[in-house]
Design a protein around this ligand. Sequence first.
Ligand SMILES: Cc1cc2nc3c(=O)[nH]c(=O)nc-3n(C[C@H](O)[C@H](O)[C@H](O)COP(=O)(O)OP(=O)(O)OC[C@H]3O[C@@H](n4cnc5c(N)ncnc54)[C@H](O)[C@@H]3O)c2cc1C
Length: 499
Amino acid sequence: MLWSGWGDPGKAVGLDPAVRELLTEALGVTPPTGEPAGFGDVRLPAAELSPFVLASLRSIVGAEHVRTDADARIRHTRGKSTSDLLKMRMGDGSDAPDAVLLPGSHHEIAEVLRVCTAEKVAVVPFGGGTSVVGGVTAQRDVFAGVVALDLRRLDKLVSVDEESMLAELQPGLRGPQAEELLNGHGLTLGHFPQSWEYATLGGFAAARSSGQASAGYGRFDDMVEGLTVATPVGDLELGRAPRSAAGPDLRHLVLGSEGAFGVITSMRLRVRRLPARRRWDAWRFPSFQVGRDAMRALAQERRLPAVLRLSDETETMIGGGSGCLMVIGYEQGEPPTFPGADHFGAEPAERWAEGRYAGPYLRDALIAAGATVETLETATHWSGLPRLYEAVKLALEASLGRAIVMCHVSHVYETGASLYFTVATAAGDDPLARWDAAKIKANEAIGLAGGTISHHHGVGRDHRAAYAAEIGPVGVTVMRAIKKSLDPVGILNPGVLIP
Ligand SMILES: Cc1cc2nc3c(=O)[nH]c(=O)nc-3n(C[C@H](O)[C@H](O)[C@H](O)COP(=O)(O)OP(=O)(O)OC[C@H]3O[C@@H](n4cnc5c(N)ncnc54)[C@H](O)[C@@H]3O)c2cc1C
């Protein structure tokens, strides 16, 4: 993974001259004056771990699995939000961990947590590091150091129970690795977020991820039947039946816990048969509202295909079309039809499917050209969706001035849907401050319009204040109490999630 951008540097893309012209004319983008920092220019804080702590950690995971070199520290400094990338491009490595640990088993993780609790060392569970909400950026504060716990060595398909359609998988598996292992058994998870190539199963569970095929396969948290979790006070083994009335479902303490309550070391996931074919179809709707109504009807009549996505007018226009483009991916039977909309057939949807993992590379190219491109997302019930859409769009436009704000709906339910906004604007003199100000306004608008602060990116550090407002003072007390009982010294991902 590129340390200051996305993915495989060999897949980097350039910008079309027409796009550059559009950036200048529509947004006033000017090329950045200086060069971005090189790898060797990144300023790292002095490492703080004591020789005793380092020796203890080496004895647990093996000396070769305790990395203190600059390469490992830089690559675990932050996640992949645009602000994270901008800071890296400025050579700001101030959030780097002191060491990166690569444990190989549940037992080793439990031991690491024991030592780090005793020595007051902060531990950041680290999957693919694709968080866009500051989820892997620990607050050093009072701690005697920070270690990133990189789970990549926990990468096994442990077992498959085809009778129950369950697979036990380890958390460090990245999306493609997990699919390849399951496809070997004729199975699939059907979880394909845009970050799929680099994000891990543990991260999907810990941040309650939602993939592009969520209409047919559900969100990742719908797939989790059981979990094994190492916490500083002992292990949690959760989920032993498809449904249970044995008290509140404690799996939901872990799903969305963003590394603050424990480390997920294994998961029992619901799997499906690999479909014979994945097919595509596309339609054009006259307006976003008409398209959303069509999506709602499909959800409420329980006729959802695997993938269902609707772009608003601006997003469709940026893609070179008009009206509102709906992309459908279906795996069985015939796709839905919509009287009153224009049928485009498979081509635009196939094009979208082919390019769907390329977006983050384009973001890098836009940042390099002097633009800021960032995303944010929310969800609410169908009846509140128009107001939420307008409120967020207006807040972003009012704060940023010249900006392109586009939106799509790609996760739908019987009772509502999510809205996913992509924003492009000129970086300006201080792109971080400019985006932070816009994001605060957007968060306020989400709160006032009754949306949730996140449908699938999570809380991290960035959404803590808005999350506190969303769950209220009693909710905050409950979250703090859970944190205290599972992680009494507070070593797990300090500064993340807990208000
Ligand atoms: C370009 C891009 C596109 C994206 N598209 C989507 C999308 O389509 N859908 C979507 O849902 N999200 C998306 N995301 C957000 C991100 O990919 C998801 O939140 C993903 O679930 C994070 O997985 P990860 O393995 O990278 O986790 P990380 O970023 O490493 O960690 C995320 C959080 O989970 C914790 N964590 C990780 N592993 C464990 C574990 N084993 N035990 C306990 N805690 C753990 C971390 O401490 C952190 O708080 C996107 C991000 C980017 C950069």
